[in-house]
Ligand binder design. Structure first.
Ligand code: HGY
Ligand code: MN
Ligand code: MN
Length: 417
């Protein structure tokens, strides 16, 4: 029996309670959420989620780096499944909705379809991607990169955290083993992929719309700049004898901002979000400064132009202040174009439910950026209060999340029917 979208009811109270419960599993006090890859909080959250999947009677498997696949078997097991899902890792002092809405919302969409007596022809698979956030190892979306085969397992496994631990060692400590290459999915493993996510911007709220349908996902790049001086005693070394890398770093950070504003396009953004100064003592002249810079645009050529300009400026600043320079592009991904047939399915679900929507780009990146490389993909956005995200005051109303889950469940029914 195929339920009509309007006959599927979402258990709002249960979903809200689950979002709030998951928010408590964090290394920072509520409402701030910190859940960095393979930390105790991340592992506790994974264990908590597995109990929720089991309650729904769903089969769970994890791959060699911790991507979690939660399958609702369809009547035709030979047909490629429909995928949905997102992430539950969180950067330091983040909010409780980023990623979580797509995992718990995806789970509730499946439970609601089960309650409505829907029997999917294609299996429906909820994915919890490992390491969507770049916090611990540099590039973001490590789990979906490996699934899509866009970064070699060797390169990913050699990534190191700030303590020098490799991703390979970290996954082993978390209990994951086996060949990393085995985590790669064959092309078209999924017939379709749809991710529910908060917008992390203010366009839906300002337009007064409950739903966004994502047509493209911006291209992220991450640049790491290393500046090296001589250090020394902050009192004894006279100014003419100093080679202080903080001075070059200051010029570079201003240039990052100037470069993004300089393209004249609203989609160009760049941030120096991470500044490490060693030895980090007030009475010691900085010796090593590391800048980690995030550069994005919806258009690849403009993004690459910004990246090249920032690298050139950084090198010139280092020379000007007489400090050592090296840089490394940690990732420079292409933007994703979402599939028209998935957009059409989401549009039809919104129309069936009488929910207004707008097509829009995603300026944040998501695992869907990589899923779009291996199957037809799109995303459903729900509003973010004030456009805030990656902050403890990130907020989306419970009824707005329910609207997103209703659209997701109707879309999944359409794609899996
Ligand atoms: O940074 C991003 O766009 C995502 O939230 N990780
Ligand atoms: Mn995020
Ligand atoms: Mn996210």
């Amino acid at each position: 029996m195929s339920p009509t979208a309007t006959s599927v009811t979402i258990d709002q109270a249960r979903l809200s309670a689950e979002i709030e419960a998951l928010a408590q599993i964090s290394d920072t006090p509520y409402p701030s959420v910190t859940r960095v890859l393979f930390t105790e909080a991340d592992m506790k959250a994974r264990a908590w989620l597995k109990l929720r999947y089991a309650e729904a009677g769903l089969a769970v498997r994890e791959d060699s780096i911790g991507n979690t696949y939660v399958r609702w078997a369809g009547t035709d097991l030979s047909a490629a499944p429909v995928g949905t899902g997102s992430h539950t890792d969180a950067i330091p002092n983040a909010g409780r909705f980023d990623g979580v809405v797509g995992v718990l919302g995806g789970l509730e969409a499946i439970r609601a379809l089960q309650r409505a007596g829907f029997k999917p022809r294609r299996s429906i698979e909820l994915v919890m991607f490992t390491a969507e956030e770049p916090t611990r190892f540099g590039p973001g979306c490590v789990g979906s990169r490996i699934m899509a085969g866009t970064m070699s397992p060797e390169k990913i496994m050699a990534l190191r955290d700030k303590d020098g631990l490799s991703l390979d060692q970290a996954r082993a400590a978390a209990g994951y083993s086996g060949s990393v290459a085995s985590a790669q999915l064959p092309k078209n493993y999924y017939s379709a992929f749809v991710e529910l996510h908060i917008e992390q911007g203010y366009r839906l709220e300002r337009a007064g719309l409950p739903i966004g349908v994502v047509t493209a996902i911006a291209a992220p790049a991450t640049l790491r700049v290393q500046l090296t001086g001589e250090g020394g005693h902050a009192g004894a070394v006279l100014m003419p004898d100093r080679h202080d890398p903080v001075l070059a770093a200051s010029e570079i950070m201003l240039a990052v901002d100037r470069t993004a504003r300089g393209t004249g396009n609203v989609n160009s953004v760049a941030t120096c979000g991470l500044v490490q100064v060693l030895p980090g003592a007030v009475n010691s002249i900085p010796r090593d400064v590391t800048l980690t810079i995030d550069v994005r645009d919806i258009e690849l050529a403009r993004r690459d132009g910004m990246l090249a300009e920032i690298r050139q400026t950084a090198r010139a600043s280092a020379e000007k202040f007489g400090v050592g320079f090296s840089d490394e592009v940690l990732n420079a991904d292409a933007p994703a174009t979402c599939a028209p047939e998935i957009l059409a399915a989401i549009h039809a679900a919104c129309d069936e439910l009488g929910l207004r929507y707008q097509d829009m780009t995603s300026r944040a990146y998501h695992d869907s950026l990589f899923m779009a490389l291996i199957c037809p993909t799109s995303m459903i956005f729900v509003p973010s209060k004030g456009g805030f995200s990656h902050r403890p005051d990130e907020f989306t109303k419970s009824e707005e999340i329910v609207d997103g889950v209703r659209v997701l469940s109707a879309t999944l029914a359409r794609l899996a029917g």
